[in-house]
Design a protein around this ligand. Structure first.
Ligand code: SAH
Length: 330
């Protein structure tokens, strides 16, 4: 996954990241400005909850084209002291996407390649569809126990999936799945550990919001997928030519964060999160300001909050340094 996404010469994000209607996939900030606006207000409230520090770092992991941050900063102008205190830092390895972000956000932002490189001090961290791009390992329960799924050379000259000959390391199988039926798949994302460790090591005050695909329970299914031109593709066909993702393991993220001493919310449906922040009122205000656009705004709203669309497929989770008030919307 790392090579396919980030190899400088052939990786998807290094060479042809294509977000938006004309590209390969549409994210929530690409769907409507309302998404980033509400995140901006959530950040402003979080800054108040943190005691309104004079200076803090507003960090976004994997900002894509930078739309969410642009919408967030515009909405947060309602609280000028927040804007004045914020130093915006983007975590983005892709040179191409850094250029797109610079175009959207201008020169008030700076970049780092890894969250570990962010400076110390108060911080609000955001990540939408960021955790789902981090590489996973997969194990499958076979007749002869758990085996890791590997990628190798196939008979036709392409790539093929295979199984490791030896038993999978026990640490790769969550306790909840040890006795799962034959054919069950356990996925594990090692980077979740380093991200949680980096966040916990910062000390406080800290608040981090991640929104992504994933279930609130450990389910044991194969969620590895490739997407190209808004359709699912064979992940082994044309490596580097498609976006590769896997669902986020919210139970494990929460357990890691708790073990590292952070406060964690339960993962709530994106629709509930956005409704609690007032997205319906925002949609009504936008529709009133733009006569003739009411239907479009309604469709965008439904896409973001309807349970059978992003509203139910995506979850939001908040990690905080201990002692802060309950985060808005949770
Ligand atoms: N948040 C944006 C973009 C999502 S696409 C949106 O919602 O529209 C995934 C983003 O994560 C891209 O910006 C991609 O370059 C970035 N990304 C992928 N792997 C990463 C990694 N290992 N570290 C940091 N960013 C990464």
């Amino acid at each position: 996954m790392t090579f396919c996404l980030h190899d400088p010469e052939a990786g998807y994000y290094a060479t042809r990241p294509a977000l938006g209607a004309d590209g390969d996939f549409i994210t929530a900030p690409e769907t409507s400005q309302m998404f980033g606006e509400l995140i901006g207000l959530w950040c402003a409230q979080s800054w108040l909850d943190m005691g309104s520090p004079d200076a803090f770092t507003l960090i976004e992991c994997g900002p894509g084209r930078g739309l969410m941050m642009a919408d967030a900063l515009r909405a947060a102008r309602a609280l000028p002291a927040f804007e004045a205190a914020a130093r915006v830092l983007l975590v983005e390895p892709s040179v191409r996407l850094r250029a797109a972000q610079a175009e959207t956000l201008g020169d008030r932002v700076a970049w780092i390649a890894r969250i570990e490189d962010a400076p110390a001090g108060p911080a609000i961290v955001l990540g939408n569809e960021f955790l789902d791009c981090l590489p996973i390992r997969q194990c499958i329960r076979t007749e002869s126990g758990w085996r890791e799924r590997l990628v190798g050379a196939g008979e036709d000259g392409g790539l093929a999936f295979g199984l490791a000959p030896a038993a999978a390391p026990e640490a790769l199988i969550p306790a909840a799945l040890r006795d799962a039926p034959i054919g069950s798949v356990a996925e594990q994302c090692a980077a979740l550990e380093s991200i949680v460790a980096a966040l916990a090591a910062r000390g406080g005050p800290l608040r981090a919001l991640f929104i992504d695909y994933g279930s609130a329970e450990t389910t044991g299914g194969n969620t590895f997928q490739a997407v190209r031109a808004h359709a699912s593709a064979d992940p082994l066909d044309d490596p580097g030519g498609a976006d590769l993702t896997a669902h986020v393991d919210f139970p494990r993220l929460a357990a890691l964060a708790r073990a590292a001493g952070l406060d964690v919310t339960s993962p709530i449906a994106q629709g509930d999160f956005l409704r609690a922040l007032g997205i319906e009122a925002r949609a009504a205000a936008l529709a009133q300001a733009r006569p003739g656009k009411g239907d479009v705004i309604q469709r965008q709203l439904q896409r973001l909050i309807a349970p059978e669309q992003m509203g139910g497929l995506f979850r939001a989770i908040c990690l905080s340094s201990p002692g802060l008030p309950q985060p808005a919307a949770f």
